[in-house]
Design a protein around this ligand. Structure first.
Ligand SMILES: *Cc1c(COP(=O)(O)O)cnc(C)c1O
Length: 400
């Protein structure tokens, strides 16, 4: 693919080579201080405690509960398992309403437990689940709602809480994108019955692999704790069906080390965001995703929407052109969950049911950002967008 496109890149007078010598990735891990990390790891090796709710996991949970302002932050081996545990501990079954526009793990966490994910459309203003459509999708089989704070932008938590209360539904949030984000002056983490964070390597705060269930509900926290440890209550007493969802000490070490630096990551993300905003300003057809001024965001996701008519090239054409220049952007999220298996085969979701999702899936592009990326790299990517737009007719002709 990229070989075929390199002649296009040459048009850029970049000497026939890709614009960047090394690849710029989306979601390259944020790295805290290596010395601190090795300090945590050395402590772990000295103690000889590698897992089973060791001191590093405990410290991480305490510090996460403090940072999120919640009573409980239960660590889990990854975000998907944390979603599954939350769903099960809340007693969701039958049908659960969620947005089609999210990472597929949100849907899998339901379907894995034979719960039907009922996909509804998003509100175009927030790109999060549309409460009106939630209300209309409720059936006698509905037991819950899973909202997703997409790109760290909060769901309409007030409207969703109101629906959940009136209709007797459980309310959970997939907050995988939303560590360090706020809504209505409150940090994300304390909304709904529980909120689930991912600490995967691509997230703003990560532990390599990891997940967190944040909740103010003592009873729920207790249930997920038993469930993630085979259902054990104490040494010999099994009180629930359980599995192994424990976080290891080595992961907690990475999480603690990164938690020490997460404000620096966010500051670096924010400055890249500002730089992109300036660099892309005024290019027709490039719609820069702003974050609401009244909400705090972690700026981990640099999102643009491409309008083919104004820009001159389609999103997919730009995606491939960027690849040829070593800019590895991602189509987050494309396609919608409803178009992925097993959902496409199991449930017929005609396009018209999620028109906003369909439109956004075809236009959205996540660009590389983060502390690992220099400001001159940002300038280079913006230059490429300007060039692609200016040369759009020639590029279209060359692409055939
Ligand atoms: C990353 C992510 C997950 C899954 O988290 P893992 O820790 O990778 O299992 C779930 N939902 C969303 C929206 C995500 O971005």
């Amino acid at each position: 693919m990229s070989a075929a496109l390199n002649p296009i890149a040459r048009l850029a007078a970049f000497g026939g080579r890709p614009r960047f010598d090394r690849a710029l990735h989306v979601g390259r891990p944020n790295m805290g201080d290596r010395g601190r990390y090795l300090g945590y790891i050395n402590g772990m090796l000295d103690r000889g405690i590698l897992t089973n709710y060791g001191p590093l996991v405990r410290e991480l949970e305490t510090r996460l509960a403090e940072s999120l302002g919640v009573r409980h932050a239960v660590s889990v081996c990854n975000g998907t398992m944390a979603l599954e545990l939350g769903v099960r501990a809340l007693g969701m079954k039958g049908e659960v309403i969620m947005p089609a526009f999210t990472f597929v793990a949100t849907a899998h966490a339901l379907q894995w437990q034979e719960i039907k994910p009922v996909f509804v459309d998003i509100d175009p203003r927030t790109c999060t689940i549309d409460p009106e459509r939630v209300e209309r999708a409720i059936t006698p089989r509905t037991t819950g709602i899973v909202g997703v704070h997409l790109w760290g932008r909060a769901c309409d938590t007030e409207a969703l809480a109101d629906i959940a209360r009136r209709r007797g539904l459980r309310l959970m949030y997939d907050a995988a994108h939303a560590f360090g984000c706020s809504h209505g002056g409150r940090l994300i983490g304390g909304f709904g019955d529980c909120e689930v964070f991912s600490l995967h390597a691509t997230k703003v705060l990560h532990a390599g692999e990891g997940g967190v269930i944040a909740t103010n509900d003592d009873h729920l926290a207790e249930r997920v704790r038993y469930m993630q440890n085979f259902g054990f209550q104490g040494q010999d007493n099994v009180v629930f069906l359980g599995l192994n969802g424990k976080m290891s000490e080595a992961c907690a070490a990475m999480g603690l080390c990164n938690l020490d630096s997460v404000e620096e990551f966010i500051a670096a993300n924010r400055s890249r965001h500002e730089r992109y905003r300036g660099g892309l300003a005024g290019i027709p057809g490039v719609v820069f995703l702003e974050y609401p001024a009244e909400e705090r965001n972690n700026y981990q996701y640099l999102i643009v929407e491409l309008e083919q008519g104004d820009f001159g090239l389609s999103r997919d054409q730009v995606y491939r052109l960027l690849q040829a220049e070593n800019v590895l952007s991602r189509r987050y999220f494309f396609p919608g969950c409803h178009r992925m298996e097993p959902y496409r085969s199991l449930y017929a979701y005609p396009e018209y049911r999620v028109p906003v999702t369909e439109a956004l899936c075809g236009r959205v592009l996540a660009l590389p950002t983060g502390p690992q990326m220099g400001e001159d790299d940002v300038d280079g990517v913006c230059e490429l967008f300007r060039f692609f737009h200016e040369q759009a007719p020639a590029i279209r002709a060359a692409l055939g």
